[in-house]
Design a binder for this molecule. Structure first.
Ligand code: SAM
Length: 225
């Protein structure tokens, strides 16, 4: 098999997107707004955003929890999947990120569906009541706290609901603790979560590795039992 790399993954994503994703002025605005304000380019890709949107629709989600707002890109995708009385509650520690996100969400006409909760997500999650439940949780913040986020998501998501935790592969680094040069605290946080999942009776989960314009990574997909 020939060896392939990042350029091939980007080309492939763009090729598929050219058939499956329509031009989208509001999402383009959100990306530009992030770039103009110097936010890091770490939002989900367009294909991943559409996957979140399709998945929220597939399960008939009405309430979505997101940990890690950044500039609101994935929140916009998720909010669009919801009925008129649906809600995305999205958590962000960085004031500037939250402000940029709010502007893009307003611009997309989704202010009534998206609530940004500012502050450290561990505290924001703990302050959320256990009812009403969420249908879907998307965890995409600091990976060191993944286990804490997972446990809170288990408390907050209904049985049959879904918890998706992003960035659990990290170019294979998560699976290679013997590589001290690349073994960051993010990977350790993901490993702590996986270790917990091994015996967790509240969820059943799998990891799906992905390549694309955001590199080689993957997400953990869990059903709340
Ligand atoms: C990968 S980005 C989120 C991307 C976003 N979900 C998207 O795809 O458009 C991670 C975000 O989590 C935020 N974050 C990091 N640590 C956090 C914490 N302890 N509590 C809440 N948010 C945090 C960062 O400031 C950053 O904006």
């Amino acid at each position: 098999m020939s060896s392939q790399g990042f350029d091939d993954w980007v080309r492939s994503d763009r090729f598929h997107n050219s058939f499956l994703l329509a031009p989208d002025a509001d999402l383009d605005f959100a990306l530009q707004n992030m770039a103009d304000n110097g936010l890091p380019q770490i939002a989900v890709s367009a294909a991943q955003g559409k996957f979140l949107y399709l998945h929220a629709r597939a399960i008939g989600a009405k309430r979505v929890l997101e940990v890690g707002t950044l500039g609101g890109y994935s929140a916009i995708w998720l909010a669009r999947a919801l009925p008129a009385d649906g809600e995305v509650v999205t958590m962000e520690v960085d004031e500037k990120h939250a402000t940029v996100a709010q502007a893009s969400i307003d611009h997309a006409g989704l202010a009534s569906k998206v609530k940004i909760v500012r502050g450290p997500a561990v505290d924001s999650l703990a302050a959320l009541p256990s009812e009403p439940k969420f249908d879907l949780a998307f965890v995409d913040a600091d990976k060191r706290s993944n286990l804490a986020y997972l446990l809170e998501a288990e408390r907050l998501v209904r049985p049959g609901g879904v918890i998706i935790i992003d960035n659990v592969v990290r170019y294979g680094r998560v699976s290679n603790p013997a590589d001290p040069e690349h073994d960051g605290i993010d990977s350790q946080g993901v490993r702590r979560m996986l270790e917990h999942l091994k015996t967790d009776k509240n969820v059943d989960a799998t990891t799906i590795a992905t390549v694309g314009e955001k590199g080689w990574d993957g997400f953990c997909y869990a059903i709340r039992l």
